[in-house]
Write a protein that binds this ligand. Structure first.
Ligand SMILES: NC(=O)C1=CN([C@@H]2O[C@H](COP(=O)(O)OP(=O)(O)OC[C@H]3O[C@@H](n4cnc5c(N)ncnc54)[C@H](OP(=O)(O)O)[C@@H]3O)[C@@H](O)[C@H]2O)C=CC1
Ligand SMILES: O=C(O)C(=O)[C@@H](O)[C@H](O)C(=O)CO
Length: 291
């Protein structure tokens, strides 16, 4: 079975470099897709309170992990023997209307109930919501959860350099991750450099540009040359740049295809060609406009 290599976060916790994204997965479909992804070899799942599917994710995981010590309740037995809670990496995120210290702690409790977990592997502030001006305080709540051992790592999402600078004026724990929109059409060079300087791992959301980048002629040509699919070329590019990536897919075939990116390599000429595709194209919102 194919699995993803793991990268080390700045606190030593390991994260599977390629995970499965669950935005826009209807709650009723989440359990089945999580199980299909587990069967394909995924061990890292990215959800959020806003996605409304944490309980579906829990159902998918609990079908696998049934023992009480696994910290997931309600399971019916191991579908894939040998996978334990420790092998699985679950990320969830605090939504925008729960900024503030107390609200953040309550939001986390709600996510834990939904997920049926004893601990979450990574908890992120979903958006900085700069006009609210509360993210430093919200992050303090994440630091509390981290110190209490309820999360193995904490981080942020959609933070711009200016938000990271502000956060680090008061933060005691450097975020492990900044999850940002990142794909060949939006390469976020300044932010990636900043992450490197600060020891923050870059995690790519919409790593396929929500599917839009698959049609790019340079990607298509590269895929033909390697006898791979456009999705595999883009995901391989992320892997070679050291990003974590969390593609979403709705069929078993695509779920398998997206994980099958560890058996070929893009040349330095391929990497240079893909580096030339940046056009600052966002498929989602700009972080300054989300509040
Ligand atoms: N922190 C944040 O603010 C955000 C986080 N995210 C996270 O990132 C994850 C991924 O981002 P997402 O926006 O879903 O976009 P992706 O870049 O992962 O693209 C998903 C789209 O690509 C299609 N697709 C997937 N694999 C293939 C393939 N092999 N061949 C052809 N088409 C394919 C999917 O189709 P189909 O589903 O029909 O198979 C879907 O339409 C989310 O699920 C979420 O977990 C996303 C947005 C914002
Ligand atoms: O998927 C997420 O995690 C999001 O926050 C986004 O999709 C977000 O809602 C967005 O990009 C809207 O344009």
């Amino acid at each position: 079975m194919k699995t993803s290599p793991r990268l080390s976060l700045n606190n030593g916790v390991l994260i599977n470099q390629l995970g499965f994204g669950l935005y826009k997965v209807p709650p009723a479909d989440a359990a089945g897709l999580v199980q299909a992804a587990l069967a394909a070899g995924y061990r890292h799942f990215d959800t959020a309170a806003m996605y409304g599917n944490e309980t579906g994710v829990a159902r998918g995981l609990s079908a696998q992990l049934s023992s009480p010590s696994a910290g997931i309740s309600g399971g019916s037995g191991e579908l894939f023997p040998g996978i334990s809670r420790e092998d699985i990496f679950v990320t969830t995120k605090l939504w925008n209307d729960h900024h503030g210290y107390d609200a953040a702690l309550r939001a986390f409790d709600d996510s834990m109930v939904n997920l049926g977990l004893d601990y979450v592997d990574l908890y992120l502030i979903h958006w900085p919501c700069p006009r609210k001006g509360l993210f430093p305080e919200t992050y303090r709540a994440l630091e509390t959860l981290y110190r209490e051992g309820r999360v193995r790592a904490i981080g942020v999402s959609n933070f711009q350099p200016v938000h990271l600078d502000r956060l680090l004026q008061t933060a005691e724990v450097v975020p492990a991750v900044n999850q940002i929109e990142l794909h060949p059409w939006l390469q976020q060079e300044e932010l990636r450099h900043k992450h490197q300087e600060l020891g923050i791992l870059t995690e790519a959301w919409s790593p396929l540009g929500r599917g839009q980048v698959l049609a790019d002629p340079v990607i298509q040509a590269c895929a033909a040359e390697h006898r791979r699919t456009p999705a595999q070329v883009i995901l391989r590019w992320h892997m070679q740049l050291g990003h974590v990536a969390i593609p979403k897919a709705s069929s078993e075939a695509r779920i398998r295809e997206n994980l099958d990116v560890f058996g070929f390599e893009l040349s330095s000429r391929d990497m240079a060609a893909l580096a030339g595709l940046d056009r600052g194209h966002r498929t989602g919102s700009h972080p300054d406009n989300v509040n």
